[in-house]
Design a binder for this molecule. Structure first.
Ligand code: CTP
Length: 206
């Protein structure tokens, strides 16, 4: 088994020194990479900027922006059997990146933002026999929103979790199928949850 795992946040620059991002630590993605390596899978870890050491034996592609993550994933997915998308991708970027540094105006500023690439949706669209597992981070109507995401991004399964997962050592996830059924749920340290997820996939793919 060769798996692509996305992890960590992405950054979108306003100018050469400032960016938008989120509080993702990358822990869930890195725990998944470690769990997959423990099963002797080949792992391609496409990671946004995090302060973690990648598990031994992973092929690591470090990226910063969503567009870099998209390019790396589209390239690497072609050589993988499946993907687990654990990255907390920055959904919007400034319409223009200013060269140098934006100066203060003395008043409020308005930033025009456009959507970034949806990495998982692109991988879902090109999956062609590969399996696709996404995460859904939901604050409201969790099941309904997670299922909409699963379908929109052409996932085989989606792991529903809550915003409290961001930056935490622990996680609580529910694994949903396209028909809306709950296939499993796990809680505990991100490491334990990651191991359960990867073992579930391994049992499925046997
Ligand atoms: N994802 C992605 N590229 C994006 C946004 C999300 O690959 N531009 C992936 C995430 O890695 C995750 C899944 O899509 O596996 C769902 O991410 P989530 O943040 O829950 O949803 P969004 O698609 O960003 O939608 P919203 O922010 O409206 O909830």
């Amino acid at each position: 088994m060769r798996v692509l795992i996305t992890a960590g946040p992405t950054r979108e620059y306003l100018d050469d020194v400032r960016y938008l991002s989120n509080a993702s630590s990358g822990r869930m993605g890195y725990a998944l990479a470690a769990a997959a390596r423990a099963l002797c899978w080949e792992v391609v870890l496409v990671s946004g900027p995090v302060e973690l050491r990648p598990p031994a034996g992973c092929e690591v592609v470090n990226v910063e922006t969503t567009s870099q993550m998209r390019d790396a994933c589209v390239r690497e997915f072609a050589r993988c059997d499946g993907v687990i998308a654990a990255a907390a991708v920055c959904d919007y970027k400034p319409k223009e990146r200013v060269e140098g540094k934006i100066s203060k105006t003395g008043g409020p500023v308005t930033l025009e933002m456009i959507e970034t690439d949806d990495v998982l949706a692109e991988l879902g669209a090109m999956k062609d026999g590969r399996w696709v597992m996404g995460f859904a981070l939901e604050a409201r109507n969790p099941r309904e929103n997670a299922l909409q995401k699963l379908r929109r991004k052409n996932c085989d399964w989606i792991l529903l979790n809550a915003p409290t997962a961001i930056g935490s050592d622990d996680n609580s996830v529910e694994l949903l199928a396209p028909d809306g059924g709950t296939l499993a749920d796990w809680s505990g340290s991100k490491s334990d949850v990651a191991q359960a997820i990867v073992e579930w996939i391994a049992a499925r793919q046997r």
